[in-house]
Design a protein around this ligand. Structure first.
Ligand SMILES: [Zn+2]
Length: 115
């Protein structure tokens, strides 16, 4: 492919932008799937079968229909105050909004240090 490209340069002297756009279009399925869990599979299909057009179309459809990667819930931080902006009730353990004097779940008064 490279040899053919070099040979045809005098006849088809494409602008570098043309090659960049072509490259982007070729890897469009992988680009669309960059945040999908199937990214690696789609990228491989894109690279290995993208030149067959049908493989490229399959990769594109796969990329479009693949569900976005589920947001992995962050591990609850050691300090729950930073997670919700509030705190957890000292009596019942339910999360309470920041600054609340009494627990919204059980009504227990919260110590000042918790607020
Ligand atoms: Zn409570």
């Amino acid at each position: 492919m490279l040899i053919a490209t070099v040979r045809f340069i005098p006849f088809f002297h494409f602008h570098p932008i043309f090659w960049l756009v072509s490259l982007f279009l070729y890897f469009l399925p992988a680009f669309l799937a960059r945040n999908k869990p199937d990214f690696i599979s789609i990228l491989l299909l894109n690279i290995l079968a993208g030149w067959t057009l049908i493989g490229w179309i399959i990769a594109l459809i796969w990329a479009l229909t693949s569900k976005p990667q589920a947001q992995v819930p962050a591990q609850p931080p050691a300090n729950p105050q930073s997670a919700t902006g509030g705190y957890f009730c000292t009596a019942c353990g339910q999360p309470c909004p920041a600054g609340a004097r009494f627990c919204s779940a059980c009504g227990a008064a919260q110590p000042a240090t918790q607020r």
